[in-house]
Design a binder for this molecule. Structure first.
Ligand code: TPP
Ligand code: MG
Length: 394
């Protein structure tokens, strides 16, 4: 129905796009919705623990941010946990993961120690990036988790390059490249999707459609509001999947992996999900009604999956409570570890900027380090505390 005034048009755009909220469609909207896979009770209970770990880890991180213990940006994944758990459990260890800045959940599922991720958020030398990256740049190369990129869409071309390397070297490794709905409006996405299709690269483009890019609802910035439809421009098969159901995500990613491993080229998935918190800790959420967030509460993947486990007699209430208190302890220990860890020494500021081969090219010296002390005053404390000292937005 046509809108009659600017005001009503704005209001309708703020509401969730009806088309994107309907039942997930199949490959390019034509195939039937994929039936959820059946997994044994132990695996499903493990999925629950992983989702609960992400949730409690991030709730604790938010608390630490409020106390000024974590600086810079902090983008929470609360509400989207089923996507990471379903997708990453479907992968083999040799497969690669490349993602955006909302990145604490993926390494938690991949097996990175929670205390090293928390230490990274605290900017400590025991962190996953030795305290130099912070929240948006968690990485764990040993587990083929390549991070954590802050530039929207910027990681899609390098992820596609990894897929090209895998094909060229005949490694049978698939790349899982994760990004938001907003990133699909960036040129990098289109350029990478095009070449991935032309070269039949083993890459899964996994879009987390949480309805917003920062404070902008999808219809304001995207002519196509159902993300999976963008794949047809590059002849890439695509599906929507319920991103609040880890089993649905798992099954769909497995299917996409089979497609990639068979040499048929890329696959694109759109996980329909929702973030219950603001875009980042600095977001006052003025662009959406509280009611919209409440409407999504019944679909929260954690209590719903918990209820399912009990109803199916996969786990008892007591068993799940035991898991929850073990996770609680694990998160508290992560904070204790981070607090007890040292900040990186100032004298190491220029370490790890270049690969060893590049340093050799510079005659064993780091160019940026030259004359540093004379040019810059050495900061004696963190002036910004837990808030964004640069004043930039992101
Ligand atoms: C190239 C670029 N433009 C703008 C920004 C600022 N920015 C940070 S996150 C974000 C929203 C991205 O939304 P989406 O891709 O949907 O991911 P979500 O945050 O919803 O998970 C924007 C615009 C940026 N980091 N990089
Ligand atoms: Mg988004």
């Amino acid at each position: 129905m046509a809108t009659t005034s600017t005001q009503s048009k704005s209001a309708s755009k703020r509401r969730r796009p009806a088309a994107a909220r309907s039942a997930p469609g199949g490959a390019n909207g034509t195939a039937p919705v994929r039936a959820p896979v059946k997994l044994d009770g132990e695996t499903r209970t493990r999925f629950y623990r992983q989702m609960y770990l992400i949730r409690r880890f991030e709730e604790k991180a938010a608390e630490m941010y409020a106390h000024g213990k974590i600086g810079g940006f902090l983008h929470l994944y609360i509400g989207e946990e089923a996507v990471a758990v379903g997708a990453i459990n479907a992968l083999e260890e040799r497969d690669h993961i490349v993602t955006h800045y909302r990145d604490h959940g993926y390494p938690l599922v991949r097996g990175t120690e929670p205390k090293r991720i928390m230490a990274e958020l605290f900017g400590r030398e025991t962190g996953t990036s030795l305290g130099r990256g912070g929240s948006m740049h968690i990485c764990d190369v040993k587990r083929n988790f390549w991070g954590g990129y802050a530039i929207v869409g910027g990681h899609i071309p390098p992820a596609t390059g990894l897929a090209w390397a895998s094909k060229y070297l005949k490694q049978d490794r698939v790349v899982l490249c994760i990004f938001g709905d907003g990133a699909t409006n960036e040129g990098e996405f289109h350029e990478a999707a095009n070449l991935a299709s032309v070269w039949k690269l083993p890459i899964i483009f996994l879009i987390e459609n949480n309805l917003y890019g920062m404070g902008t609802a999808i219809p304001y910035v995207s002519a196509v509001t159902e993300m999976y439809k963008k794949a047809c421009a590059y002849d890439i098969p695509a599906e929507q999947v319920d991103g609040m159901d880890p089993l649905a995500v798992y099954g769909t990613v497995k299917h996409a992996l089979d497609h990639c491993r068979a040499g048929k080229g890329p696959y694109l998935l759109e996980a329909l999900t929702f973030r219950y918190r603001g875009h980042s800790m600095a977001d006052p959420e003025q662009y959406r009604e509280k009611q919209e967030v409440e409407e999504w509460r019944p679909r929260d993947p954690i209590p719903t999956f918990r209820e399912d486990l009990i109803a199916a007699k996969v786990a008892t209430e007591a068993a799940l409570k035991a898991i929850e208190s073990e996770v609680e302890q694990c998160v508290n220990e992560a904070v204790e570890f981070a607090e007890a860890s040292a900040e990186p020494e100032l004298s190491t500021l220029f370490d790890h900027l270049y690969a060893p081969s590049s340093i050799e090219q510079f005659g064993g010296r780091i160019p940026e380090a030259e004359g540093y002390a004379e040019i810059y005053a050495v900061p004696d404390a963190n002036p910004g505390g837990g808030n964004n000292p640069s004043g930039t937005r992101g």
